[in-house]
Ligand binder design. Structure first.
Ligand SMILES: [Zn+2]
Ligand SMILES: [Zn+2]
Length: 304
């Protein structure tokens, strides 16, 4: 056939666990290409076959339209023999040694945030909400290739609803390895220092404890955060005493940029950093009279 070709493309970088295979699948379907894509221990390998112009557009889009969390460090293609394949499919991962770059954990994305606060959504208020554009990666991985079985989520079997999302290439959670919901995923609970489960809503109870000056250890996907009320001097002092940490600054957690702006001065670059998907700790010039007790960052003009 005129101008009909097949290419093999090797992509390296952060391309697993970020929705790269469904992205390739959708691009290939858009351009009427056939072939396959799969994860390898080095990244993503794919073959695509179709009209040359469409293949060129497809190849360009692999780079230009990659999913938000992907970071391609190398991509190359070569022309191989055509196979007259009939469809485009996502193949199981090939295992084997090798180095793989995994995305860092990412803050919840706007789509998930909207679901989190939508009373009609089945994940309403579910703290472990995630999708291919957000959520934990690095801290849940126990092996390669990046598949559910090689994560700390292996023990949670997906319910029918989650499984359907996971298997649907058009879904935002297609092959989202940490996919979970209140029916099948991890749950929140609150325990005392001696291990007894506290009755009631764990979040409301934790807030009540923090407000009464207690220290709460919050277990997340990557370890524990020790939390304390930064407006309560004896409580912060107690945490410093128990951590045997006399002056290293503590970081503050705030709900949004507006709140951060009340506690510290923000320039546009700092705002962009704070709002980015990595949600890093950013050092900001503190505002006088913001009420944060000095022991949070002793003898320091900055707040993290
Ligand atoms: Zn998301
Ligand atoms: Zn589920």
């Amino acid at each position: 056939m005129m101008g009909h070709e097949r290419i093999r493309v090797q992509v390296e970088g952060i391309v697993q666990g970020v929705g790269f295979r469904p992205f390739v699948y959708r691009l290939a379907r858009q351009r009427q290409l056939t072939g396959w894509v799969r994860n390898t221990s080095h990244g993503v390998l794919l073959e695509a076959e179709g009209i040359r112009l469409q293949l060129d557009l497809f190849y360009t889009a692999l780079n230009d339209e990659a999913p938000p969390l992907a970071a391609i460090t190398s991509i190359n293609r070569r022309i191989i023999a055509t196979e007259n394949s009939r469809d485009f499919s996502i193949l199981p991962s090939s295992s084997g040694g090798g180095e793989l770059q995994i995305s860092p954990d990412c803050d919840v994305c706007p789509d998930c945030l909207a679901e989190l606060f939508d009373p009609g959504d089945r994940r309403y208020g579910y703290p472990f909400i995630n999708c291919t554009n957000c959520g934990p990666r690095y801290s849940i991985i126990t092996g390669v290739p990046y598949d559910r079985q090689a994560t700390t989520m292996a023990d949670f079997s997906m319910c029918d609803d989650c499984r359907a999302e996971y298997e649907n290439p058009a879904d935002r959670r297609f092959h989202a390895q940490p996919n979970a919901c209140p029916v099948c995923g991890p749950r929140l609970y609150l325990i005392t220092a001696t291990g007894e489960v506290v009755a009631g809503d764990p979040v409301k109870e934790a807030i009540r404890l923090l407000k009464s000056g207690k220290i709460v250890a919050v277990k997340g996907t990557g370890g524990y955060h020790l939390a304390v009320d930064p407006f309560n001097s004896p409580a912060v002092a107690e945490l410093r005493h128990r951590k045997r940490r006399s002056e290293k600054p503590f970081a503050l957690m705030v709900g949004d940029l507006a709140r951060a702006g009340v506690l510290a001065r923000l320039d546009p670059i700092e705002e962009r950093l704070l709002a980015g998907p990595e949600k890093p700790i950013v050092l900001l010039c503190k505002r006088e009279g913001n009420g944060i007790v000095p022991q949070v960052a002793p003898a320091n003009d900055y707040l993290g």
